[in-house]
Design a protein around this ligand. Sequence first.
Ligand code: PGA
Length: 266
Amino acid sequence: MSSQRKFFVIGNWKMNVDKARIDNIVKFMSAASLDPNTEAVVGCPSCYLSYARQRLPDEIAVAAQNCYKVAHGNFSGEISPAMILDSGCEWVILGHPERRTIFKESDQLIAEKVAHAQQTGIKIIACLCETSEDREEGRTDDVLFGQMKSLASISDWSRVVIAFEALWASNTGVLATAAQVQEALAKLRHWLRANVSDKVANSTRILYAGSVSSSNCRELAQLEDLDGFLVGSAALRPDIVDIINARRPDVSSLIAHFDRPDGRRA
Ligand code: PGA
């Protein structure tokens, strides 16, 4: 947690929305009071990028969930950063754990996508993940630092956010503890300090992903090296509003505070 780094929450809709569902999410996100100190983004399927962009308030940015490594050409089924920008959206998620594990995207391919995306000016949410096997077999550091190398081409870190996902804690019924989350994020920040610079380590936002909900977001939001969340299932529900507001003082305690004539908490 650092005042130098703006809190960042991306609600990743994955392949779980259609127009009616987007309309419903837009409705509750637009009606809510969102913390202006949080940068809020949604991750949208490519066919709905323009639709979501046109309906969401300007304060909520839109990200594509993936893109290819060149601007155009004969690559059926792919989209490019230029197309995402042309749809009015400014972010792209790259290396999402589902791209890595289900679609077998390699660190090398992700590195090429990151390099091209950065050249176009699009902002990147670069994901890293740890599987339960990585954790059980004690190879987490090697895996994470190997994934970090995919970011070697980045020259403008102000347009990059890193997201670490504990895959073993994503919809598995097991939750990562605050200590486990802090340990992983601190390692990534240390890697940036050792391999890029102090300035980049101090200014780059590092997010946590893995079953973040309205129940665990407030505790995690206080962690020293945590700057926000990548949220999956809770992004489809009004929970996302609580997660965006995870660092906002609790409204009920404020009311109790102002209720007393002497200004002390009730
Ligand atoms: P989850 O998904 O919050 O449902 O665990 C996070 C993600 O994979 O983007």
